[in-house]
Design a protein around this ligand. Structure first.
Ligand code: SF4
Length: 365
């Protein structure tokens, strides 16, 4: 469903799009890093408002989409273990592993429970003292402090049957990898306001200082997104490259110091695998040695083979802005939200799901 703006907002949106139009003298490519931005852009039909020379491409900012299928296979392996309860946010349920999903495992009898917060897992653990309760710790800097806080809470309460299967990822290193290793060409970044609310501005300053690419931290309303695009267009027009913060009411320059402190107390940086992107240096978060006992892989190791993903799925290219979802041969035919093949078609924030849901492959031909 496309969001209707009220008259005042429509007037402001029209003003901003005229301003953007006046600044564009060549084709430009902007990457919205965050899946929440991807959906907001579709819902407000922002592509249709912009000049044809402005191309918006999605980046690797949907946490479910960038989680490798091997992680799903591991989660499924734990769900088959006797005495294990797997807990997860709902968006992981239908993500395809190599030959099954958590949803299918639950239908087959596995004890898999959806939670809205990892803190719920502590109560589940207390109610099931003879079982191991494993939370699938997936997400970026926005989610990781909450999981870190849950681990500290479990430790303080003496809950010894709560565990995590860690797969947290950091956004700045993947952008660095896109620019330096993958050679992705973009003229500007729309940065995730939710991630920056935790990290602050500094971790993203390298985009301008090292790569001379303008970047704007953006909120999630249609006008905030348009304002951020306007600021990017203005910098590009002037031949400048700066990090700007359009979301100052939420993002402080230093970020959320309490959340960062908790995060750094529990987690350290490590190399990690991204779906379709391979292993990226220092892009993951692993439990520090003091908290290793909360890692289910320490308490109950399982062996999961590395198996190839569907050969025609182009999620890896979609996540790098190298291919549009409709350029995948499976898009809308073999791969749909009802029968997804790749993770980008599963999550509501996945680029393929958003393109399918809002039908833009039709009007963009
Ligand atoms: S349409 Fe499906 S198979 Fe193709 S890239 Fe997207 S998720 Fe992968």
């Amino acid at each position: 469903m496309v969001v209707e703006l009220d008259m005042e907002l429509q007037t402001m949106a029209a003003f901003l799009t005229r301003q953007i139009d006046g600044l564009i003298t060549r084709p430009i490519r902007l990457m919205e890093v965050c899946g929440t931005h991807t959906v907001a852009i579709f819902k407000a039909a922002i592509r249709q408002l912009l000049p044809a020379q402005v191309e918006l491409v999605s980046g690797p900012g949907c946490p479910v989409c960038v989680t490798p299928s091997r992680y799903l296979d591991t989660a499924i392996a734990y769900s088959r273990e006797k005495g294990v309860i797997v807990t997860t946010f709902g968006d992981m349920m239908r993500v395809p592993g190599t030959d099954s999903t958590l949803s299918e495992q639950r239908a087959a009898g596995a004890d898999i429970r959806m939670v809205y917060s990892p803190l719920e897992c502590i109560e589940i653990a207390k109610s099931n003292p003879l079982k191991r309760v494993v939370f699938l710790a997936v997400g970026f800097e926005t989610t990781a402090p909450l999981v870190a806080g849950t681990i500290l809470t479990a430790q303080a309460a003496g809950v010894k049957n709560f565990f995590v299967l860690p797969a947290h990822k950091r956004v700045p290193p993947v952008l660095q990898a896109l620019l330096s290793n993958a050679g992705v060409q973009v003229d500007g970044f729309l940065l995730p306001g939710n991630v920056c609310a935790i990290t602050g501005e500094q971790p993203f300053e390298f985009l301008a200082s090292q790569y001379q690419i303008p970047a704007v931290i953006a909120g999630f309303s249609p006008l905030e997104i348009l304002q951020a695009i306007y600021r990017l267009a203005k910098q590009i027009h002037a031949g400048e490259a700066r990090l700007e913060n359009q979301y100052k009411q939420v993002v402080r320059p230093e970020g959320n110091l309490t959340a960062v402190r908790i995060l750094n107390q529990v987690y350290g940086e490590a190399d990690t695998d991204w779906r379709g992107l391979g292993c990226i240096a220092r892009s993951g978060l692993v439990l520090r040695s003091t908290y290793h006992s909360f890692d289910i892989r320490t308490a109950l190791p399982v062996t999961v083979p590395d198996r190839p993903v569907h050969s025609a799925c182009r999620c890896g290219e979609v996540l790098q802005g190298k291919a549009l979802p409709r350029e995948c041969l499976l898009f809308g035919t073999a791969c749909t939200p009802e029968q997804p093949i790749g993770a980008c078609m599963v999550s509501v924030e996945g680029a393929c799901a958003a393109w399918y849901q809002y039908g833009s492959w039709r009007w963009q031909g």
